[in-house]
Design a protein around this ligand. Sequence first.
Ligand SMILES: *Cc1c(COP(=O)(O)O)cnc(C)c1O
Length: 343
Amino acid sequence: MALTLTVDGPRWRAHLRSVADRTPGLVPVAKGNGYGFGVGRLARKAGWLGSDLLAVGGYGELSEVMGRFDGDVLVMTPRRVSSTGDSERVPTDPRLVHTVGRPEDLQALTATVDRPRVLVEGLTSMRRHGLTMDELAHLVAHPPSGVRIEGLALHLPIGIDATQEVRDWLALGLTRQVFVSHLSAGQLADLRTRHPDVTIRPRVGTSLWLGDRAALTVSATVLDVHAVTRGQRAGYRQRRVPRDGHLLVVAGGTAHGIGLEAPTAAASARQRAIALARGGLDAAGLALSPYSWAGRQRWFLEPPHMQSSMLFLPASVPPPAIGAELGVEARFTTTAFDQVTIS
Ligand SMILES: *Cc1c(COP(=O)(O)O)cnc(C)c1O
């Protein structure tokens, strides 16, 4: 009775191995919901891959990985001192590598932790966190004592060629090691050729863990099936059923992230037009669900409930039996699965 992620283990592991083999310096990233698998499970897999370093998003995720992974662990979110001081206890494990994005945060960290290992984040065109090139140059000219700066971290926009930007940073000549995100294999190779003296470490999450979608299947159990006739009312909102058919009550609701979509801007008007042109049950005010049965995506009767959802199936389609599994089009980074099964 669950929303399940089923993993074709041999195929998934072969994919992980092949990404690791063709990505020198790979730093696997395990953060958030662990890309649907869970951060702890990914930490184990990073160990199985033989990684020397694993990246997590924030300090709160360390408890899930420190006991499951033997190598070093990088925290990618820059350590931040609040205006009232660094009251939060900083973990001092020698395997830990911190990231800092402001000179004052580096100072504060050095005051709290004995010889911390640190990456200095550069403020890239993302404009998220980081030191400017001038601040970085100043830092290197006046190195603070009692800190081990292990490299530069650059978080780059997706989908553009950011190699020139990386090269601008490397041209400062301030680091022997750079951690980058979202560069292609070709771009990484190009950087290595041009900067043979610099160790380049790509931090990779999505294309590692989710790169072979065919290894991953999401399914949901049918919890109940009810025959309905057109005009009958059902659900929290007592909507009228638009036609004769069946209601399916299926596993998966808002608590699992079902029905959540990332905000989109320009695309939405076009998508609405396409939905109208399709002329399906959206004309009756229903929304297309991520659940499939008999080869097609099916309609929500109403918005998902906390742990289950109600779907409408027209009479022309034979309904599934209770206990059957429906396919689900899930967005892995926003879905909390009830169970993950790996063969
Ligand atoms: C999440 C994250 C990554 C990994 O991103 P993917 O798109 O999942 O590969 C890399 N670098 C940083 C700084 C991140 O926060």
